[in-house]
Write a protein that binds this ligand. Structure first.
Ligand code: ASP
Length: 351
């Protein structure tokens, strides 16, 4: 090889090493395409996952749950169809469920080991990744409204306990006596769990045979293609010593990013925090180029199961695709993406 040949070969070698490989290019293109696509206005909700079956729930409660899920979906969809933002739809939908004693959020919140109701909530906007959360609050009527206020009216992301309550009072949110959250059904659940614990039938936060996670959540896609997500809960029955679960933790219980998806979770919070569940679904879409269903299924039905974590999530992407995987026998859930059809489901054999 003479000197000229050598230089030509070197130049070819350098040029080819600078060119992106086909694979890399494909990934970048797909990811960008995903980020600019817009879907039809869409709303997806959950009202908790758990050991939920037809026999235990009974036909009467089954229809009560379905009716309330439908009502919540219609409230949020109405906002979206009038041009409202995804965040406004999420808050209005969750407030409908917080006001119902059927769910473990707001007025139906479960009791702590000390016999109190301590509530957690969070919201996140997919457009600018702004987020807000409150944890361990006892006198704020709508924790989801307080979470949004932390995002909108404070420089912080999360506020807890009496500080969060002082903030809520100062900005004029509706405050209630802690007894507002008392329901006999939830108090009885606490007594049963305490009794089983006393008899050493259950260890701390272990599950009672008819265990349910009744947290509520919503993810919405608005007409501008923006995604928002929110979650509200009373936590877990018999939780102790200021325990905070995943629901107010951004990236664990709630996450939203227009470029990937919005997620709201329900389940055994400790597992969701350690597995960064909501963000992990978005990360699998972003870095592995998985679609929403693939990413959500991998996290909930493979990784979380291997780790021993019970629960599920609801999610949607910017194209309006919906995913609702759960690894328990049931999850109260539903979605609405057309004006004349509202879909709700409870058990794992329904689609
Ligand atoms: N994830 C909630 C928590 O651990 C419980 C639930 O989903 O109901 O606090």
């Amino acid at each position: 090889m003479n000197k000229t040949h050598y230089l030509i070969c070197l130049a070819i070698l350098l040029l080819s090493s600078c060119k992106p490989s086909n694979d890399t290019k494909k990934t970048e293109t797909n990811y960008k395409e995903q980020a600019i696509e817009k879907g039809p206005i869409t709303l997806v909700i959950h009202g908790g996952a758990g050991n939920i079956n037809r026999e235990a729930l009974g036909p009467e409660r089954d229809s009560l749950y379905r009716a309330k899920l439908k009502e919540a979906l219609e409230v949020g969809y109405d906002k979206l169809s009038r041009g409202g933002s995804a965040m406004d739809a999420v808050v209005a939908t969750i407030q409908t469920m917080e006001a119902s004693p059927l769910f473990n959020a707001g007025v139906g919140a479960v009791f702590t080991n000390e016999g109190k109701n301590e509530l957690d909530a969070s919201v996140m906007n997919g457009k600018d990744k702004m987020a807000g959360a409150v944890a361990g609050v006892t006198t704020i009527k709508s924790p989801i409204a307080a979470a949004k206020a932390v995002m909108d009216k404070s420089p912080h992301v999360m506020m807890a306990r009496d500080g969060a309550e002082q903030f809520a009072k100062e900005i004029g949110l509706e405050m209630v006596d802690p007894s507002y959250f008392y329901t006999e059904r939830r108090f009885k659940s606490l007594e049963r769990v305490r009794e089983a614990e006393r008899k050493k039938e259950l260890s701390y936060l272990e599950k009672y045979p008819d265990w349910k996670y009744g947290t509520v959540g919503c993810v919405a896609l608005d007409k501008d293609g923006n995604i928002a997500a929110g979650t509200s809960t009373g936590g877990m029955t018999n939780k102790k010593y200021g325990r905070i679960g995943d629901s107010p933790v951004i990236a664990a219980g709630t996450y939203a990013d227009n470029a990937t998806c919005g997620v709201s979770a329900t389940g055994h919070g400790e597992f969701f925090i350690r597995n960064v569940v909501a963000y992990d679904i978005a990360a699998k879409m972003k870095y592995l180029n998985l679609n929403l269903d693939e990413a959500a299924d991998k996290v909930i039905n493979e990784e979380l199961v291997e780790f021993g974590g019970d629960g599920g999530i609801i999610a949607l992407d910017r194209a309006g695709n919906i995913s609702m995987p759960f690894n328990t026998s049931g999850m109260f859930r539903g979605y609405k993406n057309t004006a004349d059809d509202t879909r709700v489901f409870i058990y794992n054999d329904e689609e």
